[in-house]
Ligand binder design. Structure first.
Ligand SMILES: NC(=O)c1ccc[n+]([C@@H]2O[C@H](COP(=O)([O-])OP(=O)(O)OC[C@H]3O[C@@H](n4cnc5c(N)ncnc54)[C@H](O)[C@@H]3O)[C@@H](O)[C@H]2O)c1
Ligand SMILES: O=c1ccn([C@@H]2O[C@H](COP(=O)(O)OP(=O)(O)O[C@H]3O[C@H](CO)[C@H](O)[C@H](O)[C@H]3O)[C@@H](O)[C@H]2O)c(=O)[nH]1
Length: 324
């Protein structure tokens, strides 16, 4: 079975390409390189620079490579940018995904796994958050993902495409063999930013310590990118076996505060981190922790890198390897 990976030159997509290739799948990689890094994709994997919104080109790729399944990671990913430039998000994430789906239906693709996000829940008052929680996104990024989930459900019902929407919580860490990690783009994610600060390559501040959480800083569910990608392979197998229309959280169900992350970075780096308290970042929910019971119980997902120190150590090792 050939699997097409969109957004393959990005952080998560490149890890998915590695995992698929490691598992013996034939892979074709697509990315428009708007935010991706070509050299994160192994040279042996066929790569096409293309925009997912280019339906004729995507159709040709799907047919030429006899693609049966798609892992769809391509998209615009910054919450802050989505508030400043919402049309970019509705165009790239919603309209782009619709064009890709049209090409998939036309080419007879059987299944597609979509990168959704905890941002579809907005600022929920329940923790951990089950998949049945209300969708109430508070920014255009989250709204664009919720709209694409709905598109998938409608397209699946009408055309028989099997689909899964995986709602990722906070993805972090790097390939244990350091073949990939976070590379391009603006450095806003906590673990990457704190690790870069520990290496003297970025400034760092804690965005507020007056939240209603145990230590006052925001709590998130950090999931190692390798475990996240393993969930995709698990779900691909389930879809191939006949499942359809799956919506699943991907997180560990354990929360870590910003301060917990700072301490983990200090342990990994072996020295203190300068971590002044800054202002709150607009739009940050206090706590986002996944209820991932369904993925574990019904699909046998067994994470291997749940320890925060392991996640942070791999992120630090990757940044060291990339150099300053
Ligand atoms: N990183 C996280 O914590 C996180 C959390 C929840 C969901 N997600 C989702 O996971 C997916 C991957 O995120 P990431 O962190 O790897 O981001 P990333 O920016 O590293 O990767 C996205 C890739 O998509 C490519 N791309 C963007 N628009 C495209 C288009 N129109 N056509 C072709 N390629 C295009 C970019 O060049 C980039 O390589 C995204 O859909 C994101 O919304 C990420
Ligand atoms: O330098 C920094 C960077 C981040 N933070 C804090 O660390 C926490 C985590 O922030 P991230 O930017 O790492 O992650 P988010 O929780 O904001 O966002 C993540 O989860 C979202 C779901 O709500 C989306 O899916 C998004 O794509 C994904 O990156 C937040 O409280 C943030 O304010 C800091 O204190 N200092």
């Amino acid at each position: 079975m050939t699997v097409l990976v969109t957004g393959a030159a990005g952080y998560i997509g490149s890890h998915a390409v590695l995992a698929l290739a490691d598992a013996g799948h034939d892979v074709v990689a697509v990315d428009d390189l708007s935010a991706g890094t070509r050299d994160l994709i192994p040279a042996a994997v066929p790569f096409v620079q293309a925009d997912i919104a280019d339906e004729p080109t995507m159709g040709a790729i799907l047919r030429d490579h006899r693609v049966r399944a798609v892992l769809h990671f391509a998209g615009s990913i910054s919450v802050g940018e989505s508030v400043r430039d919402p049309l970019r998000y509705y165009r790239n994430n919603v309209a782009g995904s619709a064009a890709l789906l049209a090409a998939c239906v036309d080419a007879g693709v059987r299944s597609l796994v979509f990168s959704s996000t905890a941002a579809v829940y907005g600022a929920p008052d329940v923790t951990p958050i089950p998949e049945t929680a209300q969708l109430a996104p508070i920014n255009p990024y989250g709204a664009s993902k919720a709209m694409t989930e709905r598109t998938l459900a409608d397209v699946g019902a009408a055309h028989g495409l099997r689909w899964a929407a995986l709602r990722y919580f906070n993805v972090a860490g790097a390939d244990p063999q350091l073949r990939s990690g976070q590379a391009g783009g603006e450095v806003t994610h906590l673990i990457r930013r704190a690790v870069m600060a520990a290496l003297g390559r970025a400034s760092f501040a804690i965005h507020g310590d007056d939240y209603p959480t145990p230590d006052g800083t925001c709590v998130r569910d950090y999931v190692h990118v390798t475990d996240l990608v393993a969930a995709h392979l698990t779900v691909l197998d389930a879809l191939a076996a006949g499942q359809s229309a799956l919506t699943l959280n991907v997180g560990y169900g354990q929360g870590a505060s910003v301060r917990d992350v700072v301490h983990a970075v200090e342990r990994a780096a072996g020295h203190k981190l300068d971590a002044p308290i800054g202002r709150r970042r607009p739009g940050d929910p206090p706590t986002l922790v996944a209820d991932s019971t369904r993925l574990r119980r019904d699909f046998g997902w067994t994470p291997r890198f749940e320890d925060l120190d392991t996640i942070v150590a791999s992120a630090l090792a990757w940044e060291r390897k990339r150099g300053g």
